[in-house]
Design a protein around this ligand. Structure first.
Ligand SMILES: *[C@@H]1O[C@H](CO)[C@@H](O)[C@H](O)[C@H]1NC(C)=O
Ligand SMILES: *[C@@H]1O[C@H](CO)[C@@H](O)[C@H](O)[C@H]1NC(C)=O
Length: 453
């Protein structure tokens, strides 16, 4: 009986494992009509708060930590979806997954087995033995006992069914991604199935090695081609996957540019599309351009600045203006830092520096009217939007100085903001905060005014 009990415990533990581990898939399957929309909102909210540093590589510890959108996860990390919060969580994969889940399962069933040693094959054969055992028992034990055993083992058909599902759980990330890509690429899949496949795929490609695996079997190109779909939702979710896959992942970024992703992203930005689609596409574009001067060069050659300008100037998409300006600010400073770093430390690789030198961003910005566009955005009412615009104005100062000096509206706006932030900074100081937010804004305004005098 001891081995039977042990096996049963093991199987129970495995269900707990499968339930808690299968979640990205179940999440989508259980809430088919709910999940894309709801999580889209969540995602969008989170994206709104995206800062440049969010796009850096996440550094996992031994504790579970929430993963923010756009963050890349180093190879070998352990990622899970927290079903309570809907957040992805990451930690170092210091222990065997299975062991971990056994430990975590609330019942805390203690099993004296080396769970590391069990594979799905082991479990299948254990299940077969278990069935034999049942037969043996029934031949020699009394009826009550038999009933008890039957009670215990009646769900054996269900167990088998669950084992079939267990195989799904044991699929490697690679197999899951292949399945999802096939689902997405199949002409017999419905629109909903395709979106669900992309939605699930996004979860996997946050891990850098998964994103590179996606590349290896041609899956990345299939997603890139998804940007050509006539369905705005397919474009949107393809961009969602790409944004995650590109993030801090040079191998994938290179292939994406070669695979025509940049052009397709820009076409979407420059043509009439729903705001939600453009938002995700802008996110993917940022993720592709950041820290990748090669893509930045192509972006300029392909008329990227015009596409962004149309985005900022159209009524329907002007809410994206601050994100656009933030992207441009990041690109300008990134190039500056590369030059500075090369001078100071001589650690920047010569090719990279060479590539940055071929990104003629500032002249492009000036020619395309970005001096005026950026200055006009200072009229936005939100403090954080103004903060971003002030940063950008500072970065463009050397390039746009003469323009700014002649811009009477800009001077008036700056003077008005100076008064507003003088008052707010004084309040801040009264409250004992002598390095406050408003004081910083005030000091950027003061130095801009100084420069333009
Ligand atoms: C996607 O489908 C096309 C045509 O239906 C096929 O040629 C291609 O090999 C598929 N790609 C992948 C990665 O499955
Ligand atoms: C996708 O669209 C672009 C232009 O939007 C076009 O040049 C390209 O040929 C299309 N690719 C496919 C695979 O349909």
């Amino acid at each position: 009986m001891a081995p039977l009990g042990m096996l049963l415990g093991l199987i129970l533990a495995f269900f707990t494992f499968s339930l808690s581990h299968q979640n990205p898939k179940e999440f989508a399957l259980i809430n088919p009509e709910k999940s894309p929309k709801e999580s889209e909102q969540k995602e969008t909210k989170a994206e709104e708060a995206l800062d440049p540093e969010d796009l850096e590589v996440f550094h996992p510890t031994h504790e579970w930590q929430a993963l923010r959108p756009g963050q890349a996860v180093p190879a070998g990390s352990h990622v899970r979806l927290n079903l309570q919060t809907g957040e992805r969580e990451v930690k170092l994969q210091d222990e065997d997954k299975f062991r971990n889940h056994l430990k975590e399962s609330k019942k805390g069933k203690r099993l004296d087995v080396n769970t590391n040693a069990y594979t799905s094959e082991d479990l299948k054969s254990a299940l077969a033995k278990l069935k034999e055992g049942t037969k043996l028992e029934s031949s020699k034990e009394d009826k009550a006992r038999q009933a008890e055993v039957k009670q215990l083992f009646r769900p054996i058909e269900e167990l088998k069914k669950d084992f079939a599902e267990l195989n799904v759980v044991i699929e490697t990330d690679m197999q899951i991604m292949i399945r999802l890509i096939n689902k997405f690429n199949s002409s017999s899949s419905s629109l909903e199935e395709k979106i669900a496949a992309l939605f699930d795929l996004e979860y996997y490609v946050h891990q850098m090695d998964n994103a590179q695996d996606l590349l290896s079997f041609g899956g990345l190109q299939v997603v890139i081609n998804g940007l050509n779909s006539t369905e705005p939702l397919v474009k949107e979710y393809a961009a969602f996957v790409l944004g995650a896959a590109f993030s801090s992942n040079p191998k994938v970024q290179v292939e994406a540019v070669e695979g025509g992703a940049l052009q397709k992203l820009l076409v979407i930005l420059a043509t009439e599309q729903p705001l939600a689609t453009k938002k995700k596409v802008l996110f993917a574009l940022c993720s592709l351009l950041r820290h990748f001067p090669y893509a930045q060069q192509h972006f300029l050659k392909l008329g990227g600045l015009q596409a962004l300008r149309s985005l900022v100037q159209e009524k329907a998409t002007e809410v994206l203006a601050v994100r656009v300006v933030t992207l441009l600010y990041d690109l300008v400073t990134e190039k500056m830092f590369a030059e500075e770093e090369a001078e100071l430390t001589r650690e920047t690789s010569p090719e990279k520096l060479q590539q940055y030198r071929q990104v003629h961003l500032l002249p492009g910005l000036r020619e395309q009217g970005w001096c005026a566009i950026t200055a006009n955005l200072l009229a936005l009412p939100e403090h954080d939007a103004r903060e971003k615009v002030l940063q950008a104005l500072g970065a463009l100062l050397a390039t746009c100085r003469d323009h700014y000096r002649e811009d009477a509206q800009l001077s008036r706006t700056l003077a008005g903001l100076q008064m507003e932030y003088q008052a707010l900074a004084a309040l801040e100081l009264q409250e004992g905060d002598d390095e406050g937010y408003f004081r910083e804004l005030l000091s950027s305004i003061n130095s801009l005014l100084q420069e333009l005098r």
